[in-house]
Every structure is written in structure tokens, then in C-alpha cells.
Design a protein around this ligand. Structure first.
Ligand code: NDP
Length: 312
């Protein structure tokens, strides 16, 4: 099946791109992957998305964006994109169960996934005290004791942010040396609400019927297990952009994020655009992803117009 435009991903970036392209009568086909709605569907209430003064549940916001895109004619297909061939236009997508599809333009909005620890009780308690997003969930822990796991810049930043709400934030890191940049370390070290538990590797999340109660850790200095009490555990061990299916076909940075031209969503391949967290390791907000989705749709529309001018 040949298309003018395909969007991969249905987080805020992909769905906003779909709304814009559908309203421009470009009938986008939107491919919905294994995590429909993206990372927002794993959070509870979103209080910082403009236009919802009372807040809105993550899954509800994503449903609304999808309905809005469908209203203007966007079509959705659920499938896993195994492989893409971006070496020439039309681009070829190999979609599991559906075979090959071709498209004149492609918007990649496959997002990034937070890395989790993979320890017992962790996945079961996401939304019950385990989180990978301080900006999303920090507000729910006013005057509570929290743990942040990780020793990189993200952990420092998340811990710093969480001290606005929490009574105490303990950074749990598996080594005695931090990976974070000096400036971020210094900021965290000078914050009186931040405590340190170095040489501690998380073993198991502890929880009762009300949610998280603490973390079991292995102390590599003493060789002993320890129990650390906490109401919330923020895992900040990095994000992984969902770009493995691209198989080095376009320019990625050292961390695997798609490189876009500054001030645009253009990638290294004309006709391929990227929006949302897959090309943004800094802001990573629903609203910034949605904004870049709109940009990708407009860039894509302009590209299609330029092709039509060539054919006239
Ligand atoms: P990093 O890869 O830099 O750090 C991840 C941290 O998590 C490391 O300390 C690592 O430990 C720890 N870790 C990884 N896996 C595990 C595990 N299974 N169990 C326990 N601990 C684990 O990721 P970040 O997200 O912090 O940063 C990614 C990039 O983004 C960096 O380049 C960073 O500089 C940048 N960034 C910049 C910011 C800014 O400038 N404002 C803010 C946030 C990120 P170990 O050290 O032992 O490997």
C-alpha cells in the first residue's frame, strides 16, 4: 500500500502530527506500536498540560488526541515496524503481519522508554510509588521521603526537583563515584534535603496495599543487605530512544537519539522527519513533544508540496 505520509508512534508527538496532516487533507497513516499512547499512558494525572486546569488522566488525554486525529481522517494501524528502508523514496516500511508499505514522507515519533531496574516488585508498583518521571509524579509526594536511583545527570536533576515537594530525597547509587557532571553533583551536594546512599545496588521494591514502603539494597562496602524506607522510588538510570528499528539508516547521536536540524524536524534524510522524545533528550515533556509533532507535520506538508511542484 502506498501513502503520502506515514507517522510511526502514537504519543503526543505522533498524534499531534496526525491531527495537523489530517487537517491538511494528507490522509496520514499512523502506526501504533506496542505502547499505544506512549509514556503518558503509564502516568496517572497530568497537571501541567495546558488547557486542563483540573488536570487530566494520561490515558484520557491520549484517547482525546487520537479521536481528534480520527475526526479529520487519520487512519490507524496497529503493528510493529520491523525494518525501514530509507535509502530512496518512496521509503519502505516492513510491518509485522501486514508486509510492506511505501510512503513519500515519514514522521518518526517513536519516543523513548525509561529504563527500569528489572528488580522484583518494580513493574507492579509503577503508579503506586515507583516512577521514572519526577516532573510527572513529584507533586504527589508532598512531605514524603523519597529515593532516587542513579548516579547520572538525570538522577541529580530529578532529586533536585523532588526536594520541592519531599521532606527528604536519598540518592541511591551503585558505586561510590557519580557519573553526573561536576556542576550537577555540586548542586545536589549543596541541597540540605538530599542524602546519599552510595555503593548500594537495588535488590527489591517493598510495598504494601497502600503502595511503596521502601527499597531493599545490597551495600557493597559492608557486603550486607539493607532496608531503606521510602514512600516513592524514582528510577533515573536513563532513557533509551526507540530507534533500534532504524538500523543506522539516518544520523543518530551517541545516545541513539535522532539528530534533527536545529529549529526544524528534518533528519539527515530529506522527507524523513522526527518529533518528540525520539529526538529530544532534554525537555521530554508532553507539550514539547506535541509542539514538535505539529512542526513535523508542517515540515512534511511543505516537503510534499515541493514534490508536487517538481511533477507539474
Ligand atoms: P547516564 O547513563 O548518564 O547515567 C545513568 C546512571 O544510572 C549511572 O550512574 C548508572 O550507574 C546508573 N545505572 C544504570 N543502570 C543501572 C542499574 N541497572 N542499576 C543501578 N544503577 C544503574 O544517564 P542519564 O539519564 O543520567 O543521562 C543521559 C545523558 O543525558 C547524559 O549525557 C547526561 O549528561 C544528559 N543529561 C543532561 C542533563 C542536563 O544537562 N541538564 C540532565 C539529564 C541528562 P553507573 O554510573 O555505575 O554506570
Amino acid at each position: 500500500m502506498h501513502n503520502k505520509s506515514i507517522i510511526i508512534g502514537t504519543g503526543p508527538a505522533g498524534l499531534t502530527a496526525a491531527i495537523y496532516l489530517a487537517r491538511a487533507n494528507l490522509n496520514p497513516l499512523v502506526i501504533e506500536g506496542p505502547e499505544p499512547g506512549g509514556q503518558l499512558t503509564t502516568t496517572t494525572e497530568i497537571e501541567n498540560y495546558p488547557g486542563f486546569p483540573e488536570g487530566i488522566q494520561g490515558p484520557e488525554l491520549m484517547d482525546k488526541l487520537k479521536i481528534q486525529a480520527e475526526r479529520f481522517g487519520a487512519e490507524f494501524y496497529t503493528g510493529w515496524v520491523n525494518k525501514v528502508d530509507l535509502s530512496k523514496r518512496p521509503f519502505i516500511l516492513d510491518i509485522e503481519g501486514k508486509g510492506k508499505m511505501t510512503t513519500e514522507t515519514l514522521i518518526i515519533s517513536t519516543g523513548a522508554s525509561a529504563k527500569y531496574l528489572g528488580i522484583p516488585n518494580e513493574q507492579e508498583n509503577i503508579g503506586r510509588g515507583v516512577s521514572a518521571c519526577a516532573t510527572c509524579d513529584g507533586f504527589f509526594f508532598k512531605n514524603r521521603e523519597l529515593i532516587v536511583v542513579g548516579g547520572g545527570d538525570t538522577a541529580m536533576e530529578e532529586a533536585q526537583f523532588l526536594t520541592k515537594f519531599a521532606s527528604k530525597v536519598t540518592i541511591v547509587h551503585r558505586r561510590d563515584e557519580l557519573r553526573a557532571s561536576k556542576i550537577m553533583q555540586d548542586r545536589a551536594r549543596s541541597n540540605p534535603k538530599i542524602e546519599w546512599a552510595l555503593n548500594r545496588s537495588p535488590l527489591e521494591v517493598m510495598a504494601d496495599e497502600h503502595g511503596v514502603t521502601g527499597l531493599n539494597v545490597y551495600n557493597s562496602s559492608t557486603g550486607e543487605q539493607e532496608w531503606m524506607s521510602a514512600h516513592g522510588i524514582f528510577v533515573a538510570i536513563g532513557h533509551r530512544p526507540n530507534t533500534t528499528f532504524l538500523e543506522n539508516q539516518l544520523l543518530l547521536d551517541d545516545h541513539g537519539y535522532i539528530v534533527t536540524k536545529p529549529g526544524s524536524t528534518e533528519t539527515s534524510i530529506p522527507g524523513v522527519f522526527a518529533s518528540g522524545d525520539v529526538q529530544d533528550s532534554i525537555y521530554r515533556q508532553a507539550i514539547t513533544a506535541a509542539g514538535s509533532g505539529a512542526m513535523a507535520a508542517m515540515d512534511s506538508e511543505k516537503f510534499i508540496e515541493s514534490l508536487q511542484r517538481v511533477h507539474v
